[in-house]
Write a protein that binds this ligand. Structure first.
Ligand code: EAX
Length: 321
């Protein structure tokens, strides 16, 4: 009798501890919290917690504290980390189909890119992550990339010849920047500031949001507004972790990711609006280049991309209004 009461009490204790247990998940970014990506993952964490009434907690990690983007994507694929928000930099190494989105001068502007990513082409692309062990929750945004360096004012594509620049670990970017005559050095983002500071590389390219968040103005004198490529970002989740969620929680995660992407894009717009003024005030020399010269200089490389990816596929993206 006594034993049975004890057993029942233990049973109650176990059940109540399960009911009140909070699932805790990790999400990471490679840039600082005070950034477009920080706004993205903070919003995501807040939304998931609110929508699940605190049953699921998402803990944000910033500044590459869990590793660079490639390492974080790997961790999400393995399931040692549930979530990450990453640029598409290292994504082609996991999902080769996504390479097409990293082609320079493919998107006219952010509005075009957003329409493509939120439309059928982008939504179809999200499904390509599933066989690789990911649930891609939503497209977010890194921004339009521009070039910086410590050596010289880059006014025209000729000025890029021989510059040693850090690139993302992205095969499309590397091929394209070689086409400009740049000496490319692929490197994970958390190493970039030191590499610029020590002169291991002369320059790098990133959206204004990243340049400001990383304080690159401290180690880079020249900024050229080349706008040479749009840089998407994506919110990735370990597929098994997503599949384990109830149908209701799946919806909460997908909705939270949409709200997060919206907040992230709004911050990119804010950064783009004030970035040049702010970086000039901090001592950078900012050059508004004639973009058409850069487009022309890259024509041979882009012709290669057309062959490689299929003109019809590129035209389908270009045709989106
Ligand atoms: O995601 O690696 C890069 O240059 C990325 O743009 C940066 O980490 C933000």
């Amino acid at each position: 009798m006594k034993l049975r009461i004890v057993a029942a009490a233990i049973g109650v204790a176990i059940i109540s501890s399960v009911a009140s247990a909070q699932a805790s998940m990790k999400i990471s970014i490679s840039v600082a919290q005070n950034s477009h990506q920080g706004v993205g993952i903070d919003t995501f964490a807040k939304e998931v917690e609110a929508r699940t009434k605190g049953r699921i907690k998402v803990q944000p990690f910033y500044s590459g504290s869990l590793g660079g983007e490639r390492e974080s994507i790997e961790a999400v694929q393995l399931g040692t980390q549930e979530l990450t928000l990453s640029s598409t930099g290292p994504v082609p190494n996991f999902v080769p189909e996504a390479r097409i989105l990293d082609i320079p001068f493919l998107f006219r502007d952010k509005a075009h890119a957003r329409a493509v990513l939120d439309g059928p082409i982008g939504q179809e692309m999200l499904t390509k992550f599933e066989p690789k062990g990911f649930k891609a929750l939503a497209w977010a945004e890194n921004g339009v990339r521009h070039m910086t360096n410590s050596k010289r004012a880059v006014n025209a594509p000729e000025d890029l010849k021989g510059l040693k620049m850090r690139t993302m670990e992205n095969p499309v970017h590397i091929a394209a920047y070689k086409g400009f005559g740049i000496v490319t050095t692929p490197m994970a983002f958390p190493e970039v500031f030191t590499a610029l500071q020590q002169g291991t590389v002369d320059g790098q390219e990133n959206p204004l949001s990243v340049i400001m968040a990383a304080k690159f103005e401290q180690v880079q004198k020249h900024l050229s507004l080349t706008g040479h490529v749009y840089s998407p970002a994506i919110i990735l989740m370990n597929k098994a972790a997503f599949d384990k969620l109830s149908a209701e929680d799946k919806t909460h995660f997908l909705e939270a990711a949409k709200v997060a992407a919206k907040a992230n894009r709004a911050r990119v717009d804010e950064d783009d609006a004030k970035g040049v003024t702010e970086l000039r005030a901090k001592g950078m020399q900012v050059i508004e280049v004639d973009k058409s010269k850069f487009v022309t200089a890259l024509a041979p490389v882009n012709a290669e991309f057309e062959k490689q990816f299929g003109k019809a596929n590129l035209d389908r993206i270009r045709a989106v209004k």
